[in-house]
Design a protein around this ligand. Structure first.
Ligand SMILES: C[S@@+](CC[C@H](N)C(=O)[O-])C[C@H]1O[C@@H](n2cnc3c(N)ncnc32)[C@H](O)[C@@H]1O
Length: 224
């Protein structure tokens, strides 16, 4: 499905929230398969280290440990529909905007998000919400698609990011807009140390930044 974007919404490095939701609604049915292909199966490994999307990331957590309450939030109905099929029935799935986490304060020991920070329009507000939802000394973990730090890595990664990703992703998904957004939002995403500073400003401490696979993905962890 191809999206038609209104002229005011066509900045795909940082599109409007509604455009982002439309993109994920449209790609939901083939999201996991295309991810695997585009990341050469690396996405599975990245997730195992750390919006709920189709639920794969949360599912891995639930397999490893039993939690009293597990919840996933996403504003895309089709993404949540996929998640419902794969997650245990007692896992709460809520359709909501993560800028306003619909849970009471100090409800969670751990808040995780994978590959979602690029879509967040107001990171200070989101981080404040994550902190509010965490119990004292609770942990937040953000798995992000980033860019290699070494010059050689950047040179090798640039053609993949700028050409392969939008072209192959667009071709297979038949949704060029979604994969242009993926490519441009990674190109424009702040370097992880900057995210670390933002987390500090939001009141987090013990910030750990761990690059994965030469820095094309990064796990950022912080304590309340
Ligand atoms: C790139 S997908 C990642 C999905 C999943 N976490 C994974 O690891 O595959 C980003 C998800 O975040 C959701 N999302 C983006 N912005 C959001 C917002 N403001 N509120 C709620 N969900 C949001 C999208 O609908 C999408 O399902």
């Amino acid at each position: 499905m191809e999206l038609t974007l209104a002229p005011s919404r066509d900045n795909l490095a940082s599109p409007a929230k509604e455009t982002i939701r439309e993109i994920f609604d449209a790609v939901a049915p083939r999201y996991d398969g295309i991810n695997r292909l585009l990341s050469f199966h690396l996405d599975e490994g990245w997730r195992s280290r750390a919006g709920v999307g189709t639920g794969k990331f949360l599912g891995q957590f639930l397999k490893k440990q039993t939690w009293r309450l597990a919840a996933g939030i996403d504003f895309s109905g089709p993404m949540l529909g996929r998640a419902r099929q794969s997650l245990p029935g007692d896992c709460r799935l809520v359709q909501a905007d993560i800028h306003d986490i619909p849970f009471e304060s100090e409800a969670f020991d751990l808040v995780v998000s994978s590959f979602t920070l690029r879509s967040v329009k107001d990171r200070p507000r989101f981080f404040k919400e994550v902190r509010r939802a965490l119990r004292p000394s609770g942990k937040a973990a953000f798995l992000c698609l980033t860019r290699p730090t070494s010059v050689l890595g950047r040179m090798l990664y640039a053609p993949y990011l700028k050409f392969y990703l939008p072209f192959i992703g667009g071709l297979i998904s038949e949704n060029r807009t979604a994969y242009q957004f993926l490519s441009q939002s990674i190109q424009n995403f702040p370097a992880p140390p900057e995210i670390g500073r933002e987390l500090e400003s939001a009141g987090f401490h013990t910030i750990q930044i761990r690059p994965l696979t030469f820095g094309i993905s990064t796990l950022i962890q912080a304590r309340k």
